[in-house]
Design a protein. Structure first.
Length: 435
């Protein structure tokens, strides 16, 4: 048996290649997600739809994404990250090209539904992959690398896709994201393997991954038992995590789908500048995700701070900063609005990688995919609700105040779920075996 590396042993960094791979994948699939918000005015002109209809179109992706989260978790635990990931990337690449070619609103709707199917495995698969490739004391930074990519995609994707749309039209902006997705498929196909299948993973790094509870890198075929899906849904910790992350995701999707329109409609910023201004809060979010939710958490845990306390403080504190959205609701200048939105999304971004590291920390090895699916199901219910509810509220009241107020109320519920349901961050006991 190989000895566990000591602190003075220089451990190779092959596992970080996987972290970069996962982060690049999230960056690519969030280009697909922001594409629609950037195309808001063009699609309304092309198809003659209302803001309410645009809200439904924005949420269409999340319908299929949410519907298959629970079965995707089961598939991930049975088939593994590699096979499920490859299939998903194939589908989301095809969906982008379908959106570019569609002649009708119905076809665009169908393309967004297909996109939801293709991208559904992404976050549960990434959470499972991090559990396979990283010991607990490195999982926050590894998770932050792919979670921050979701924010950075909006920071660079909105202006880049916006310029493509303005100079080439909305169809070419969708074709561009399809081409990028296809390139990522080839990269993922070549690079990703589980630790047990990677012949180039050194014995030293394999032992390091397996140390301190990182059992996922051990011999293949080790079965710790499984908890039935319905029992996991009823677990207090799983419910607390699902409600809390769902509240955060509501704000995330509200801003993802409506921020350019909010700046243009409520604050009278022209379309070109709204694309540029939109990138500011997402750049702040990207930095907070990596620096606080990733690096700071691992730094403190590795230096002996209580791991549960550190993660809870960042998780609850960051979500509380999300209430800065209320300041944006009453802002009357673009600068003030961007300041409050940056406070809100920056806090939520700091909390996000902690939340996504928890499935591998609170669940048994063979339940991580299912717990990730449950959590992401809650997230996508929020992803469905946020653009639709916002569309109705803006149409009814002619202002974004009520839309931001509803999001803040949901955040308060999420904070309570983290405090009273999730509680201490530790592994749940195995409740029942299942074949």
């Amino acid at each position: 048996m190989n000895a566990v590396p000591t602190e003075r042993t220089r451990v190779p960094g092959r596992r970080w290649r996987i972290a970069w791979l996962l982060g690049f994948g999230v960056l690519v699939n969030y280009f697909d997600r922001v594409n629609l918000s950037v195309s808001h005015d063009s699609l309304i002109a092309a198809f003659g739809i209302s803001n309410i209809a645009f809200g439904y179109l924005s949420s269409a992706y999340n319908w299929t994404y949410a519907a298959i989260q629970l079965p995707i978790g089961v598939l991930l635990d049975k088939l593994g990250v590699k096979r499920v990931g490859r299939a998903g990337i194939c589908l989301w690449s095809a969906a982008s090209f379908c959106a570019a070619l569609t002649p009708s609103m119905g076809g665009l709707f169908g393309a967004r539904l297909l996109l939801g199917v293709g991208e559904a495995p992404t976050f549960p698969a990434n959470a499972k992959a991090v559990g396979l490739w990283f010991p607990p004391q490195e999982r926050s930074l590894a998770t932050a690398m792919f979670d921050a990519a979701a924010k950075f995609a909006s920071a660079i994707g909105v202006p880049v896709i916006g310029f493509a749309l303005l100079y080439a039209g909305w169809r070419w902006s969708f074709a561009l994201t399809g081409a990028i997705s296809l390139a990522y498929l080839l990269y993922f196909w070549k690079v990703y393997k589980d630790p047990g299948d990677d012949a180039e993973l050194s014995d030293c790094e394999r032992a390091y991954i397996a140390a301190d509870g990182g059992k996922e890198a051990g011999p293949r075929g080790l079965d710790e038992g499984k908890t039935p899906l319905l029992k996991l849904v009823a677990e207090r910790k799983v419910l607390g995590l699902a409600i809390g992350t769902g509240a955060c995701n509501y704000v995330f999707y509200l801003l993802l789908t409506w921020l350019p329109s909010y700046l243009s409609y409520a604050l009278h910023v022209d379309l070109m500048h709204s694309f540029l201004y939109t990138s500011v809060p997402w750049l702040v979010a990207s930095a907070m995700d990596i620096a606080v939710g990733g690096w700071l958490v691992d730094f403190l845990v590795q230096r002996g701070w209580n791991a549960s306390t550190v993660r809870r403080v960042i998780l609850i504190g960051g979500t509380t900063f999300g209430l800065g959205l209320l300041g944006a609701a009453h802002a009357h200048t673009p600068l003030r609005a961007l300041l409050w939105i940056s406070v809100s999304i920056g806090g939520l971004a700091a909390a996000a990688p902690v939340g996504w590291s928890l499935p591998s920390l609170i669940a048994q090895k063979n339940d991580v995919g299912k717990v990730g699916g449950i959590v992401n199901f809650s997230n996508q219910i929020s992803g469905i609700g946020a653009p639709i509810v916002t569309g109705y509220l803006v149409t009814a009241f002619g202002t974004y105040v009520w839309a931001f107020g509803v999001a803040a109320a949901y955040l308060v519920l999420g904070i309570g779920a983290y405090i009273f349901l999730l509680g201490r961050i530790d592994r749940m006991p195995l409740r029942a075996a299942s074949v």
